[in-house]
Design a protein around this ligand. Structure first.
Ligand code: AMP
Length: 281
C-alpha cells in the first residue's frame, strides 16, 4: 500500500491500471477510520481490482464556527487499518494541493443541498460536492462507496453523478453501529463518557419511532413529537432537526408512506451527531 500526496503522482500511479482495464473502487473519507469506513473499503475490495481511499479533512465543507481544526486525525493508525483491509493507495493531499491560491470553482446541487444538514450547516454540501467531484476527477474510479450514515450526502452525490453525466457507479452501504446502537462516527471521540451514554438517545428514539410505525401510527407530527420527547429527556441533548421525509425525493411527509427516511441531528454537549433510519410500511 502506498500513501500519495500529490494529484500528479496519484494520476501517474493509476494510469497503467486504468489502461489495462482494471476496475478502480474509491472510498472518500476524512480519516480517523472506524468500522463504518472499513465496511465501505471491504465492499470496494470485493468488487474492484484497485482500491483507493482518500483521507482529506475538507475545509470547504466546514462552517467558520465548526470543528475543522480539532477534527480527529491519525494517519499512522489509518494506514495500518487500510493496509489490513487490502487498500492499494491512500490519497492524502495537503489542503494547498486541492485548493491552491486563486481557487474559485464550486459545484452545487440545488434544492437538495438546503435540506437536512444543509439547512443547519450552510455551504456544507457545496463543499462536499466540490471535493467529491474533484476526487472523482483525480482518481477516475468506476465504483465509489458512500455510507447511509450520511443519507443526504449519498442522495446529493447520486444526483450530481447523474446530472453531470459522470461514468461512476455509486454504492451506498448500511450504517455500522456500536454494539449498543450508537452509529459509528469519527466525531464520537469528542464525547465524554457521560455524553457517550446520552448519545444513545438518537438510535433509541429512532427505534421507538419505528416501533410506533410498525404498530400502525402514520401521523408524522405524532412520530416527531414522540422522538422529541425521548431526546429531550437527556439533559445534554439539544435537537438540531428531526426530519421525516420520503426516502426517494426527500419531500416532507404528513403521513408516513412506503419508504420513509427519519433523520436526526442532535447536539450532545458540544458534539453534533447525526443518525437515520429508513422504514418500509
Ligand atoms: P467521513 O470520514 O465521516 O466523511 O465518512 C466517509 C464515508 O464513510 C462517508 O460515505 C460516510 O457516510 C461513511 N460512514 C461514516 N460513518 C459510517 C457508519 N457508521 N456506517 C457506514 N458508513 C459510514
Amino acid at each position: 500500500m502506498k500513501i500519495i500526496k500529490t494529484v500528479m503522482e496519484m494520476r501517474a500511479a493509476l494510469k497503467s491500471f486504468r489502461d489495462e482495464g482494471s476496475i478502480i473502487g474509491f472510498v472518500p473519507t476524512m480519516g480517523y477510520l472506524h468500522q463504518g469506513h472499513l465496511s465501505l473499503i471491504r465492499r470496494a475490495r470485493q468488487s474492484s481490482d484497485m482500491v483507493v481511499i482518500s483521507i482529506f479533512v475538507n475545509p470547504t465543507q466546514f462552517g467558520p464556527q465548526e470543528d475543522l481544526d480539532r477534527y480527529p486525525r491519525n494517519l499512522k493508525r489509518d494506514a495500518e487499518l487500510a493496509e489490513e483491509e487490502g487498500v492499494d493507495y491512500i490519497f492524502h493531499p495537503d489542503v494547498s494541493e486541492l485548493y491552491p491560491e486563486g481557487y474559485k470553482t464550486y459545484v452545487f446541487v440545488e434544492e437538495l443541498s438546503d435540506k437536512l444538514c444543509g439547512a443547519s450547516r450552510p455551504g456544507h454540501f457545496r463543499g462536499v460536492t466540490t471535493i467529491v467531484l474533484k476526487l472523482f476527477n483525480i482518481i477516475q474510479p468506476q465504483l465509489a462507496y458512500f455510507g447511509q450514515k450520511d443519507a443526504l450526502q449519498a442522495i446529493i452525490v447520486r444526483r450530481m453523478v447523474e446530472d453531470l453525466n459522470l461514468d461512476i457507479k455509486i454504492e451506498v452501504e448500511p450504517i455500522v453501529r456500536e454494539a449498543d446502537g450508537l452509529a459509528m462516527s469519527s466525531r464520537n471521540t469528542y464525547l465524554s463518557s457521560e455524553e457517550r451514554k446520552a448519545a444513545l438517545v438518537l438510535y433509541r428514539s429512532l427505534k421507538l419511532a419505528e416501533k410506533s410505525i410498525k404498530q400502525g401510527e402514520r401521523d408524522s407530527s405524532a412520530i416527531a413529537h414522540e422522538i422529541k420527547k425521548i431526546i429531550n429527556q437527556e439533559p445534554s441533548a439539544k435537537i438540531d432537526y428531526i426530519s421525516i421525509t420520503d426516502n426517494k425525493n426527500l419531500q416532507e411527509l404528513d403521513i408516513i408512506k412506503k419508504e420513509t427516511l427519519i433523520a436526526l441531528a442532535v447536539h450532545i454537549g458540544k458534539t453534533r451527531l447525526i443518525d437515520n433510519i429508513v422504514i418500509q410500511v
